[in-house]
Ligand binder design. Structure first.
Ligand SMILES: Cc1ncc(COP(=O)(O)O)c(C=O)c1O
Length: 287
């Protein structure tokens, strides 16, 4: 973690940073968050992350804590204060502090918290070598399009993955179709070279990385389709991968007990991963 955290207008040492016990984020998970990655001093897809943050806030009628311009400046300032050129910035906005009562309080000031972390993104073992994933029932609520801090089902599923020696869990709906990962979007590559990922209208998070990968896939003339796929389809797919801001394009080499292909990252996945790395590193995503 970066040494300095930002809490409601103050920079404090990370170990001292705190919010009130009646903050509604703490009491009710009444808040939203974003995670943006910084590579060589540039925030990747910053505008898309800020767009999604604004949408999450608006869907929950939480007052934006600052203007977009100020928020952007604060993010960059915190990264600079912590000396992070390669890493991530975490932003959390809660509805604010109010006497405990389920209904949204009126006229409450939102709480803004930000932290940073240094990460050597492009040399992470999982990203380079791929991961095993497990499948597990999706226990979440019906508004997964909102990036809410209410992540308990995701935590349960990720713990299951860890205990099974897997890097991620893919959650599965009542029709046996994969919704998404606990903190990533899920993709497969079919035997006729088509990329498949679930449509974002189907109650999953509109991943920023997912959106960029679709643009890059179009540019690379790769065919893709947005539709749900079953666990069985995933297990018999040519390749599979997960995408997120922090995990980039992470190859999936095993699903439950089924090894995909020869158990190594697939060529299709590696091509898309390579193109995405280039997109990030070449600052195509700079403002
Ligand atoms: C549930 C879920 N799906 C998908 C994603 C990927 O989104 P992004 O590409 O914007 O990081 C995340 C990221 O945290 C997530 O939590």
């Amino acid at each position: 973690m970066g040494r300095i955290a930002y809490v409601d207008g103050r920079y404090s040492p990370h170990q001292d940073a705190a919010v009130h016990v009646e903050d509604r984020g703490f009491q009710f998970s009444d808040g939203v968050y974003e995670v943006a990655v910084c590579i060589d001093g540039t925030l990747v897809d910053l505008n898309s992350h800020l767009d999604r943050l604004e949408r999450s806030l608006s869907e929950l009628e939480i007052t934006p804590p600052t203007t977009r311009k100020v928020l952007e400046m604060l993010m960059k300032q915190l990264l600079a204060r912590n000396g992070v050129r390669d890493g991530l910035v975490y932003i959390q906005v809660t509805r604010g502090t109010a006497p405990r009562d389920h209904a949204f309080p009126a006229n409450v000031k939102p709480t803004l918290v930000m932290t940073t972390k240094r990460v050597d993104h492009l040399h992470q073992k999982n990203i380079l070598e791929g991961v095993k994933i497990v499948t597990t029932p999706d226990l979440r609520w019906a508004r997964c399009d909102i990036k809410s801090v209410s992540l308990l089902p995701n935590c349960i599923a990720k713990t299951e993955a860890r205990r099974a020696g897997a890097g991620e869990a893919w959650m599965v709906d009542s029709d046996g179709c994969v919704t998404e990962g606990t903190s990533s979007n899920a993709w497969i590559v079919t035997h006729n070279d088509k990329l498949l990922t679930r449509a974002t209208t189907d109650n999953i998070l509109r991943g920023v990385t997912r959106g960029t990968l679709m643009d890059l896939a179009k540019e690379m003339s790769l065919t893709f389709e947005e539709r749900p796929f079953t666990v069985e389809e995933a297990k018999s797919a040519r390749e599979a991968f997960s995408s997120s801001a922090t995990s980039f394009v992470t190859p999936v080499v095993q699903i439950d007990n089924t090894v995909l292909g020869n158990g190594a990252p697939g060529l299709f996945t590696e091509r898309l991963q390579g193109r995405y790395f280039k997109y990030c590193v070449n600052k195509e995503s700079e403002l």
